[in-house]
Every structure is written in C-alpha cells, then in structure tokens.
Design a protein around this ligand. Structure first.
Ligand code: SF4
Length: 81
C-alpha cells in the first residue's frame, strides 16, 4: 500500500496527525509533513505504508477534509478517498 500526500492542498487542520503518526504537524507552515516520504512532484510526497499502519493510513486519508491524502493498493488502485 502507498500513500500520496498533496502538501499544496493541505490546509493544516491536522486531523491526519491524530490518525497516523507518520503525519507530523508543521505549525509554522500550517501544513502537515509526511515522514520518510519522497517528493515525487512539486509539493507531492509519496511513501510506502507498512503493513501494521494500513488502517491508520486509511483513517488519515478519510479524516482529511480537503482530500489531500490518497491511499493506493499494491496494484496502484486508488482506495481512498
Ligand atoms: S487532515 Fe488534510 S488538511 Fe489537515 S493537516 Fe492532514 S493533510 Fe492537511
């Protein structure tokens, strides 16, 4: 499973931070940061989701009010949102 985080879209509501600890608050920027991710495009960050964090990652994606977090399965199929 993979997660893609569109940091440009993020409005810093920090619901995701409460759901998965890979998301960290950047209070100064008013944005979340996705730990251990790679920037694949301008302000777009991607990382693998460990097996034991799959539920947390899904909850984080569901909690985001602006759909800045997208979860994909191993076949590249978009699961959430
Ligand atoms: S829930 Fe969405 S808008 Fe809020 S900090 Fe996380 S990614 Fe950004």
């Amino acid at each position: 499973m993979k997660v893609e985080f569109d940091r440009d879209t993020c409005i810093g509501m920090f619901q995701c931070v409460a759901e998965w600890d890979a998301f960290e608050k950047d209070e100064d920027a008013g944005k979340a940061n996705l730990a251990d991710s790679e920037e694949t495009d301008d302000d777009v960050f991607v990382r693998e989701v460990p097996d034991d964090a799959e539920l947390d990652a899904k909850f984080a994606a569901r909690s985001c009010p602006v759909d800045a977090i997208v979860v994909y399965d191993d076949d590249g199929e978009q699961l959430i949102p």
